[in-house]
Design a protein around this ligand. Structure first.
Ligand code: ADP
Length: 415
């Protein structure tokens, strides 16, 4: 099957076309045959970047009115005779569309085929994720308009993997009514990424799902940690929204909620303004004053910038705290897995996070750690380390494609 995997942001459309099917999963026979990104959608200067297989990328800056126009632009590119996508000459060669949807609330605990009823339910989840779900929905509606029921469409939710968290973990200690009336609870995000690297870890080590306890660390612009036991998420750091937990590029992570009232009283702005600051101007960007890119912050730290040094330390310490918490919660673990931009490349930050965890059984091999960057997979602890540490590149698109196939072929779970 050729699966068109779509990840729509408020002003961007990111896609891959992945050739995959059930019988290809075990041997990793799936193949990414095209990918692309259209940014600044809704402007006269949208940035278009499209690539077939390993070919030369097509780049352009053109007006792209909305998400529908972006998808039509991809179609036009696909149908040009100069575009050579293996086995795909036009829309008719696509067999499924897999959409990334951020929030599925309690309504969606796994990927589902999209129909009118599902669409209505995703709409209902917008309340809980006003920054994300409406953008995802734009992509779904655009595809619905273009393809109708002709190509099956599947929604894969970031929250779904965490639906196995127990009640005592997902509830906040606030009046119970807030949960029963308003669905205030922890949902967790990055589920597709945590699930993917947990699966890869089991494949790499040959361990059985039932036997494994791991802590996965998705450290990118947005960051979260997850405790995974017997293949299921038992805890994660993000909460009702992606603001909770680890310190991120621009998000504060855990913070005393009283700060909001205090800043409001000080006239910093409305509650909305303050949450905007906590989401967009805080995190390592806020502390360092340099920006959200860890590479720039590391450079600043090397040049003696105190706030950059502080941002790195605070970032690493928060991750360390949750490794300890999750190991306590699971009564130990077999491995810690790093993934995403910082997790896959930030050797220095990985070293900061893992240093001083010898008492918990983590002994990093500094040389292996330094070498494991730029898409490399590997163990980075010393042979005798009681808890292993791995770096495993994430691939959310691949899991989106596989989940789409599973839904369409009515397979519950293959791994
Ligand atoms: P997103 O969460 O937006 O998907 P990514 O997972 O792509 O983000 O991570 C992007 C981030 O990864 C960058 O902002 C940067 O902080 C970090 N990063 C990328 N390369 C390196 C590197 N070599 N060293 C440290 N951090 C890096």
């Amino acid at each position: 099957m050729n699966v068109f995997v779509l990840n729509c942001g408020s002003s961007s459309v990111k896609f891959q076309i992945i050739n995959t099917d059930l019988e290809l999963f075990e041997a990793d026979g799936d193949k990414m045959i095209a990918k692309g990104l259209i940014e600044k959608v809704g402007t006269k200067e949208a940035i278009i970047n499209l690539q077939a297989g390993g070919g030369e990328p097509f780049k352009a800056v053109e007006p792209v009115e909305d998400h529908r126009a972006a998808i039509m632009r991809i179609k036009a590119w696909m149908e040009e005779p100069t575009t050579k996508i293996e086995g795909v000459h036009g829309w008719d060669d696509l067999h499924a569309i897999g959409h990334r949807v951020v929030h599925g609330a309690e309504r969606f605990t796994k990927a589902v085929r999209i129909d009118k009823e599902v669409l209505a339910k995703i709409e209902e989840c917008c309340d809980l994720a006003p920054l994300h779900n409406p953008a995802n929905l734009k992509g779904i509606y655009a595809c619905y308009e273009i393809f109708g029921e002709r190509i099956p469409q599947v929604a894969v939710f970031d929250t779904a993997f965490h639906s196995t968290m127990p009640e005592d973990v997902y509830l906040y200690a606030v009046p119970y009514d807030f949960y029963s009336k308003y669905q205030v609870r922890r949902y967790g995000f990055h589920g597709t990424s945590h699930r993917y690297v947990a699966y890869r870890y089991r494949k790499l080590t040959g361990k059985k799902r039932e036997d494994v306890k791991i802590v996965t660390l998705h450290l990118g612009n947005g960051s979260s940690a997850c405790a995974i036991q017997a293949g299921q998420s038992v805890n994660t750091t993000m909460g009702m929204t992606p603001l909770e937990g680890l310190i991120m590029g621009t998000r504060s992570g855990d913070i005393d909620a009283a700060v909001v009232e205090y800043l409001f009283a000080k006239g910093v702005g409305s509650v909305t303004d303050i949450f905007n600051i906590l989401n967009k101007k805080s995190g390592v960007a806020g502390v360092s004053g340099i920006g959200n890119d860890m590479r720039d912050i590391e450079k600043g730290a090397d040049e003696g910038n105190h706030r950059a040094q502080l941002a790195l330390k605070m970032f690493a310490n928060r991750v360390k705290k949750y490794i300890g918490a999750y190991m306590a919660e699971m009564n130990g673990c077999d491995a810690v897995v790093f993934t995403a931009g910082i997790g896959e490349n930030g050797a220095r930050i990985r070293s900061m996070i893992c240093s001083g965890l010898e008492a918990l059984g983590i002994e990093l091999d500094e040389e292996l750690n330094k070498q494991t960057v730029r898409g490399k997979t590997g163990r980075i602890t010393k042979p005798g380390s009681r808890v292993e540490v791995w770096v495993i590149p994430t691939n959310e698109e691949l899991l989106l494609a596989r989940d789409s196939v599973r839904v369409i072929r009515n397979v519950e779970r293959l791994w």
